[in-house]
Design a protein around this ligand. Structure first.
Ligand code: FMN
Length: 186
């Protein structure tokens, strides 16, 4: 069984509906996986680089789980990549520690998926916004296994009531199912 590391880039999981639901289902379905909850580990953004590199060394599959903030990854996840994927460790002529590992990104947006297309409300696709994940993977000799993406996940925009939260939880469950399938197919 492949060892899975799920890195949560949500900045406030206590107030999350979509990402916390996805993480909860992953914990159930992937009992051997390790969960790296960056918001509770590093509320001050001071990443323990050695500890994070150790987690990566043990993993065969790395899942980046996050909500889209301003058309990108949340700042804490960007910071984690900046601090941990170091030259001479992750990339460069002697940086081979991530080589052969699989990278997946899994994320949610508030806007519906239809907004993220040419002519849609946002007008750009997720391939354009998140072009960097497969590039980072390639740079580090990792295999990029693709992304799992679900839109329309902002319960506040769907009515801000319990029914809206339930709607988001249901979509999050579908999302988690797709992600588990992808991981199991590796
Ligand atoms: C600071 C911030 C920036 C956001 N930027 C975007 C954005 O650029 N595009 C989008 O579709 N949704 C955006 N959203 C909505 C979140 O992506 C959405 O609320 C989240 O995916 C829901 O997951 P959660 O319940 O786990 O927080 C933003 C939310 C916040 C708080």
């Amino acid at each position: 069984m492949k060892k899975v590391l799920v890195v949560s880039g949500h900045t406030d999981l206590k107030n999350s509906v979509a990402n916390s639901t996805i993480l909860g289902i992953l914990k159930e379905k992937l009992p051997g996986a390790e969960f790296d909850l960056l918001d509770s580990l590093y509320p001050d953004f001071r990443i323990d680089v050695k500890a994070e590199q150790e987690k990566l060394l043990k993993a065969d599959v790395v899942v980046l789980q996050f909500p889209i903030y301003w058309f990108s990854m949340p700042s804490i996840l960007e910071r984690w990549i900046e601090d941990v994927f170091l030259h001479g460790w992750a990339y460069g002529s002697t940086g081979d520690k991530l080589k052969g590992k699989v990278l997946i990104d899994s994320f949610t947006t508030g806007s519906p998926e239809t907004a993220y297309q040419k002519g849609g409300a946002v007008g750009h696709t997720m391939d354009e916004f998140l072009v960097k994940t497969p590039v980072i993977a390639g740079f580090c000799g990792m295999k990029y296994a693709g992304r799992v993406y679900s839109g329309g996940m902002a319960w506040m925009a769907l009515g801000a009531n319990e029914a809206a939260k339930e709607q988001v939880r249901a979509k999050a469950a579908v999302h988690a199912g797709k992600l588990v399938k992808l991981i199991e197919s590796l």
